[in-house]
Design a protein around this ligand. Structure first.
Ligand SMILES: [Zn+2]
Ligand SMILES: [Zn+2]
Ligand SMILES: [Zn+2]
Ligand SMILES: [Zn+2]
Ligand SMILES: [Zn+2]
Ligand SMILES: [Zn+2]
Ligand SMILES: [Zn+2]
Ligand SMILES: [Zn+2]
Length: 391
């Protein structure tokens, strides 16, 4: 059943095409029940949702510099800064003007600076409407700034104690870490550094250590201090090295993080529901953290604590689902090979490593530990047996 009011419901999956019947939100994983891809993999117009989400992120921040920058018409709310720029230079006779729409551009009064900022980003990451760069930005928006890192109501069944913990956590990053970068010319940044006697002209990029160029846009971040500058393409997360989406950053101990990786540096993240863990009881398995109630089979959601499970594409699945959906078939007895069973594989063929299955197709002699020949799904102990069967 598809609930009409659920955001994105029924949207086609761009990755799975016809294999997905349409987006249907899993009741606690943040993915599609049908194809297990995320919402952004589905064909959903995200712009208004993004603005709501980023607006919430900056709601109620005491950090005044930020609010001033993001505030429009007196409401502390982020407005996606969609910008259409008409290039004055005629491209050809038929197309007298070229217009480019950026799904986001730095909200600076100087249009040239905003445009130049975008030109300095790698081509495939420029947020030009209708290009892969715009898709990249939207996917980074979902990945770097998960709603469930900000809003307890987007989390699955938190206890009142967990809600309180989460609110404290959100308060903390709003007070201490969250910010949005700004774009200026290096020579302008120097002017902002009021009261500093000697101003290092231009200086070098905090990320790549290469010199900043006068006359070219530089990114700076109030939390980091005005003496630190970045090339537009160098304003990246220290963990994932992705461009900080819309220049939204989290600054901690001299390092720039995206929202997701800042969260990961503060709390364990549940590999089942993708939420940060705010309770004391959670489990570690397969090098990841899990809410106890979310260490579940990826296919049927049954709880796996204390059960045997199999890792399939880095996701835990229960033994029955493994047998049904992933297990290989024994070429001899035609049954699925249990996850714990010994098996012999040869090319795309598999056998139980048992005398009943791994045996000569000619004389039924057990071949475990013996020399053998394999022809497709047949096994032979000798040329004679092979001739007998294949002839
Ligand atoms: Zn999909
Ligand atoms: Zn889907
Ligand atoms: Zn740089
Ligand atoms: Zn990151
Ligand atoms: Zn969880
Ligand atoms: Zn299962
Ligand atoms: Zn078998
Ligand atoms: Zn034989």
């Amino acid at each position: 059943m598809t609930l009409g009011h659920e955001f994105g419901a029924g949207a086609a999956c761009l990755k799975c095409k016809d294999k997905c019947e349409g987006f249907e939100l899993h009741f606690w994983r943040k993915i599609c029940r049908n194809c297990k891809c995320g919402l952004t993999e589905h064909d959903v117009p995200m712009i208004s949702e993004e603005n709501k989400k980023v607006g919430k992120l900056f709601e109620d921040t005491k950090y005044t510099g930020l609010i001033a920058k993001l505030k429009t018409e007196g409401v502390p709310g982020y407005q996606g800064n969609m910008v259409t720029i008409t290039l004055v230079v005629p491209v050809s006779k038929d197309v007298p003007m070229k217009t480019v729409t950026y799904e986001w551009a730095p909200p600076v009064p100087n249009k040239y600076l905003a445009m130049r900022y975008i030109e300095l980003l790698p081509l495939e990451k420029r947020p030009v409407a209708g290009t892969e760069g715009a898709v990249y930005r939207r996917q980074q928006m979902a990945c770097q700034l998960p709603e469930h890192d900000q809003d307890p109501s987007k989390c699955h069944e938190l206890t009142p104690a967990e809600v309180k913990q989460m609110q404290q956590y959100v308060r903390k990053y709003k007070d201490e870490a969250l910010g949005v970068g700004d774009v200026l010319l290096p020579e302008e940044v120097a002017k902002v550094q009021v009261g500093k006697q000697s101003v290092a002209v231009a200086g070098s990029c905090h990320h790549c250590k290469q010199p900043m160029k006068m006359g070219e846009p530089a990114v700076y971040a109030e939390r980091a201090g005005y003496e630190k500058l970045w090339h537009p393409a160098c304003f990246v997360c220290c963990k994932c090295s992705e461009l900080l989406v819309d220049m939204i950053y989290f600054w901690k101990k001299g390092k720039m993080y995206c929202g997701r990786h800042y969260g990961d540096s503060e709390k364990p993240r549940c590999a089942g529901c993708d939420e940060l863990v705010f309770c004391n009881e959670y489990t570690q398995a397969e090098g990841q953290n899990w809410h106890l109630k979310h260490f579940c089979c990826f296919d049927c959601d049954c709880i796996l604590a204390g059960e045997t499970y199999v890792m399939e594409n880095d996701k835990p699945v229960c033994t029955p689902c493994y047998m049904k959906n992933y297990a290989v078939k024994c070429s001899s007895c035609q049954n699925s090979v249990e996850p714990e069973a010994q098996r012999v594989s040869y090319g795309e063929f598999h056998w139980h490593a048992e005398p009943d299955c791994f045996k000569c197709s000619g004389c039924t002699k057990c071949l475990i530990g013996q020399r053998f020949m394999a022809v497709k799904n047949f096994l032979f102990c000798s040329v004679e047996c092979k001739k007998k069967i294949m002839a």
